[in-house]
Design a binder for this molecule. Structure first.
Ligand code: HEM
Length: 452
């Protein structure tokens, strides 16, 4: 009788209980060798391997088929964040929801984040950028780009998404918020004086502030005070069911507002910072971006804002952004959890295990992108030529980033103002960066600037 081949879990080691390979990966991220660490594992164990990350057995898969499995198998995989992310952001945020609940909240967020709504906010974004440049760039000879872009994107989020004006309250929120995000990718030991413990405390303070904000917005809404150009919180409070009841619970609003803060702040600021670095490193790219933006500037009358049509003309600038995202994706990768035992490439992935996908594994694959280390925006001249599930800076499938258009608008408008108002060069020749977990250029990318 022929023996059935026994199914095997993938090769690899789960390492020391609970800690596994978490510290190795975090160290590699901080040394900017995480991509190498992952590809070394792939060379050693093949396309599917096991390890233990952030307290859970994990299978690392990569390549086009792996991305397809992660992004298009909603019934077999649930979204799953590490324990630290769940405890800090809350269990009602989109990242933790699946099925109907996930659809309901995404639909609500899309009401605000869809291009038709965002079109109305370009002026408000420009206003924040103008104030930012006057305060932090004009009259300076040297600036650090990353911290400034973080400040700018946080201000844009506060103004557009929360309707929170400049002042002491915004400053207090940013301080707690920064403490909160520091422990998101850490081992969830809730022991005093650890990063994780500080993050949890800061998360409670942020939640308290948001509760108060929501209560104020609810009162305003009841008085009929808000109508057009509403902020995200007001928009979510305004969604009503058949009997006039609120459809999104208060916890859901708080947890998702915190998620949007996190998801929208670090990502876009990193993208804009790395575009600034690209423009300093490649004069031909800088010239082409400047030419495109100067043309658009000529068409804007004095005192008027950029329009949706103007953004549509920024084709080359967006190709530069896409190539920057290919080479330095802000999101390193992510996790899913198996809802049932899955068979993949001859191995089984047991129920309840984490599946780990990594963005750069297809972005830097020379079978997909020729000469992947070369910066070449022309790869994106015809986006339809890029095969599915290989270019994934915004993820894919049902969980593809809902903030894509928002990120695109703030990036294009910021770059428009930076290139048309300033010249710059890098202060340090060191082009390296670390991940924490977002990419951070050395010293936050100091540059010397001169006004045009
Ligand atoms: C350059 C900027 C950005 C990048 C590269 C980016 C990247 C991503 C990626 C890769 C995912 C999917 C993660 C997964 O499948 O596990 C994601 C999800 C998400 N992003 Fe973004 N993002 C950006 C900006 C934004 C902005 C500006 C917002 C909000 C205003 C936002 C909100 C979200 C949310 C809410 C999710 C969760 C979606 C879900 O689970 O259904 N992102 N983002």
């Amino acid at each position: 009788r022929k023996r059935q081949p026994t199914k095997r879990v993938p090769p690899g080691s789960l390492g020391i209980p609970f800690i596994g390979q978490s510290l190795d990966l975090l160290w590699a991220m901080r040394a900017n060798t995480a991509e190498k660490w992952m590809s070394d594992r792939a060379k050693k164990y093949g396309p599917v391997s096991k390890m233990s990350l952030f307290g859970k057995p994990t299978v690392f898969i990569h390549g086009q088929a792996a991305n397809k499995l992660v992004f298009a198998s909603d019934g077999k995989l649930s979204n799953h964040q590490t324990e630290s992310v769940r405890m800090i952001l809350g269990d009602r945020c989109l990242l933790e929801l699946n099925g109907e609940d996930h659809k309901r909240i995404r639909k609500a967020l899309a009401l605000f984040l869809k291009p038709d709504s965002l079109k109305n906010y370009i002026g408000k974004i420009e206003e924040e950028i103008s104030i930012h440049l006057e305060m932090h760039w004009v009259g300076k000879t040297e600036v650090k780009v990353l911290p400034l872009m973080k400040k700018l994107t946080f201000d844009i989020i506060c103004s557009l998404l929360f309707g929170l004006e400049r002042g002491a309250r915004r400053d207090e929120l940013v301080q707690y918020f920064q403490e909160m995000i520091e422990g998101m990718w850490s081992i969830p030991f809730n022991i005093p004086f650890t990063r994780f413990n500080r993050s949890l405390k800061a998360s409670l303070r942020v939640q308290k502030m948001l509760k108060k904000l929501i209560s104020e917005k609810r009162t305003q809404l009841a008085k009929g005070g808000e109508s057009s150009n509403q902020d995200l919180i007001t928009c979510l409070l305004g969604i009503r069911g058949a009997h006039g009841e609120e459809v999104i619970s208060e916890d859901e609003i708080i947890h998702n507002v915190m998620l949007i803060m996190v998801a929208g702040y670090d990502t876009s600021s990193v993208l804009i910072t790395f575009i600034v670095r690209v423009l300093a490193n490649y004069s031909n790219v800088h010239e082409a971006v400047l030419k495109e933006q100067e043309e658009i500037k000529k068409g804007i009358s004095y005192g008027c804002f950029l329009t949706w049509e103007d953004l549509g003309k920024m084709k080359y600038t967006w190709e530069v952004a896409m190539e920057t995202l290919r080479m330095v994706p802000p999101i390193f990768g992510g996790f899913r959890e198996t809802l049932e035992e899955i068979e993949y490439q001859g191995y089984i992935i047991p129920k309840g295990w984490q599946v780990f996908w990594v963005t750069s594994m297809t972005h830097m694959d020379d079978n997909i992108f020729l000469e992947p280390s070369k910066f070449d925006p022309a790869r994106f001249e015809n986006p339809a030529s890029i095969p599915p599930y290989v270019y994934v800076p915004f993820g894919g499938g049902a969980r593809i980033c809902p903030g894509y258009e928002f990120a695109k608008i703030e990036t294009l408008v910021t770059i428009h103002y930076l290139v048309t108002r300033f010249n710059w060069k890098l202060c340090c020749s060191n082009n390296s960066f670390k991940r924490d977990p977002m990419p951070e250029p050395t010293h936050g990318l100091p540059i010397k600037i001169t006004p045009k």
